[in-house]
Design a protein around this ligand. Structure first.
Ligand code: DX5
Ligand code: ZN
Length: 222
């Protein structure tokens, strides 16, 4: 079962409520929130007050992607604000095991993110307890970039480990997801597809969600 997670980074920040209502009408039940600190990545976005406001206007699962250096400090703040899942970068967390367990102890699903140049093997010691793994298919920091095809191989490597070890983590993909590659992504084995510009950059964001879901469901069957 594939979920499309619209990334609010590509939405109109002055009309977030309307943008969310439109994709929810198209059946969206999970939203992706990109948090950047201008330090781990060269861009600044939103903080806990935005998540707190979103929590009041939607029942959707809020998936908070932390692209920040101090995840231990801020993950609990985002969970308090209403995040249902929080993902942290392998590259930003020297005490990755502790950070992921902290997120779970605070009551959210814990995810670990890999940049394009970071191998799947770096996750071998945490795969048995993480709730999800997020494969970046662009270098993080900005929406609207092109999908890096090497990400498909990383999804397959994760599926192979998951099957071999009998694990249950979900696989999420983020960056450059468009209707043309959604089938290949789903076929490789990803379940959560983040899509920013291909949803909110479209003239009809609801129709864009439906097209992505349709393309991905075809891929997941073959
Ligand atoms: C990039 C962010 C992505 C981004 C995806 O650093 O993590 O979530 O918003 O946007 P698109 O779908 O436009 O690549
Ligand atoms: Zn993201």
């Amino acid at each position: 079962m594939v979920e499309i997670l619209p990334s609010l980074l590509a939405a109109d920040f002055a009309r977030l409520g309307e943008e969310i209502a439109r994709v929810e009408q198209a059946g969206v039940s999970m939203l992706h929130v990109d948090v950047m600190d201008g330090h781990f990545v060269p861009n600044l976005t939103m903080g806990p007050p935005v998540v707190k406001s979103l929590r009041k206007i939607t029942k959707a699962h809020l998936d908070v992607h932390l692209m920040i250096t101090d995840a231990d400090r801020f993950a609990p703040v985002f969970i308090e604000a209403g995040a249902d899942s929080v993902s942290v970068h392998q590259e930003a967390c020297p005490h990755l095991d502790r950070t992921l367990r902290l997120i779970q102890a605070e009551g959210a699903l814990a995810g670990v993110v890999l940049n394009p140049a970071t191998p799947v093997a770096t996750l071998d010691e945490v795969l048995d307890f993480v709730d999800f793994v997020l494969i970046m298919s662009v270098n993080p920091g900005f929406g609207g970039q092109r999908f890096l095809p090497g990400s498909l191989r990383k999804i397959e490597q994760l599926v192979e480990r998951r099957t071999r070890q009998g694990l249950g983590f979900k696989i999420e993909i983020d960056g450059g997801v468009v209707v043309e590659n959604a089938a290949a992504i789903a076929r490789a084995g990803a379940e959560w597809l983040v899509a920013g510009s291909s949803v909110f950059g479209a003239s009809d964001s609801g129709a864009a969600v439906r097209s992505l879901r349709q393309a991905a469901s075809v891929g997941s069957l073959v």
